[in-house]
Design a protein around this ligand. Structure first.
Ligand code: SF4
Length: 87
């Protein structure tokens, strides 16, 4: 059964997570497991919970600031308007 949009899960694909405004992408092949994300914003980047990126844990601006600190480039983000234009 297909869920109505307001009840659709926040997780898009295995490594894509959205809060409706932005989408965070995680590339496990690039991650060097430095845990800068989890140490810097543990409300969003959770190492022991699935899904491990909890987009309701902070506002978009705070999430973006943390994503930009990822040293490997494993984390990236886009605004959902950009995503809609690409897909
Ligand atoms: S900050 Fe980036 S490289 Fe470090 S654990 Fe998080 S995703 Fe991986």
């Amino acid at each position: 059964m297909r869920l109505p949009p307001n009840l659709a899960p926040m997780k898009l694909y295995d490594n894509e997570f959205t809060n409706g405004e932005i989408t965070v992408n995680y590339d496990p092949n690039k991650c060097i497991h430095a845990e800068i994300c989890a140490k810097g914003l543990s409300e969003v980047f959770r190492t022991t919970v699935i899904p491990w990126i909890h987009m309701d844990g902070a506002d978009s601006k705070t999430i973006i600031e943390q994503v930009k600190k990822c040293p490997s480039g494993a984390l990236s983000f886009c605004y959902n308007k950009e995503l809609a234009a690409v897909k």
